[in-house]
Design a protein around this ligand. Structure first.
Ligand SMILES: Nc1ncnc2c1ncn2[C@@H]1O[C@H](COP(=O)(O)OP(=O)(O)OP(=O)(O)O)[C@@H](O)[C@H]1O
Ligand SMILES: [Mg+2]
Length: 222
């Protein structure tokens, strides 16, 4: 089973990936977690390029680098793990490309879909948990993570982050569109709820998706 997590930066994806990995492992399943870009030697190198020279890469170059990293990951890691019946959890997958490069940066979405199909070899997640959070709330989380006092930064934030906020609004709208289009695969969650509550919902949805199989014991039910 392939599970992906999506949402804007700071929505809580990594937090939920950790909780889900723990719950699934405790229920006796073999789990592999990966965060994109990365996951193979080559993909990690591509990640470094994307992070280091972030501002000098053109949107199409960025798109192709993300996609190259994904193609490596799918062939070398995800497919073999799925063949070995592992549960594979990926922190960001092809929907991030559609949301960020398509809706966020404005690249042609038909082209993106073709490139996504090439990079994933047509592999689709069984479930995609979309953690929906407003860009404003995500920003507050990020600032509190870095211990920047919000009260003092309020006006500064507006000046510095306005274009950032507009970008994240477009990305969020992109995710909302995707969720509307693929109602079964996408599970939309209110990411402003407490982490444990979100985790319980994810667990319930996942167990419902495993229809027929016995529901494994997990802390989530206690
Ligand atoms: N449901 C929640 N409520 C409040 N704070 C949360 C919640 N989930 C996560 N956080 C906090 O918000 C911050 C961002 O969470 P996390 O790193 O999981 O987000 P992310 O989606 O993985 O971000 P990124 O895209 O930047 O990797 C962390 O400080 C985390 O502890
Ligand atoms: Mg993360």
């Amino acid at each position: 089973m392939l599970i992906t997590f999506e949402g804007i930066d700071g929505a809580g994806k990594s937090t939920q990936v950790k909780k889900l990995r723990k719950a699934l492992t405790e229920s006796g399943r073999e789990v592999l977690t990966i965060r994109e870009p990365g996951g193979t030697d080559v993909a990690e190198k591509i990640r470094e390029i994307l992070l280091e020279s972030k501002n000098e890469i053109t949107p199409v170059g960025e798109l192709l680098l993300f996609s190259a990293s994904r193609a490596e990951l799918v062939q070398q890691v995800i497919r073999p793990a799925l063949a070995a019946k592992k549960v594979v959890i990926v922190d960001r997958f092809h929907d991030s490309t559609t949301a960020y490069q398509g809706y966020g940066r404005g690249l042609d979405r038909e082209m993106l879909q073709r490139i996504n199909d090439i990079a994933t070899f047509g592999l689709k997640p069984d479930r995609t948990f979309f953690l929906d959070l407003s860009p404003e709330d995500a920003l507050i989380r990020k600032f509190s993570e870095k211990s920047i006092p919000l009260a003092f930064e309020e006006s500064e934030l507006d000046r510095m982050e306005r274009s950032g906020l507009d970008f994240y609004r477009r990305v969020r709208n992109g995710y909302l569109e995707l969720a509307k289009r693929e109602k079964t695969r996408f599970v939309m969650l209110d990411a402003s709820e407490p982490p444990e509550r979100i985790h319980r919902k994810i667990w319930q949805k996942l167990m419902a998706a495993c229809n027929g199989e016995p529901v494994p014991e997990s802390r989530a039910h206690r």
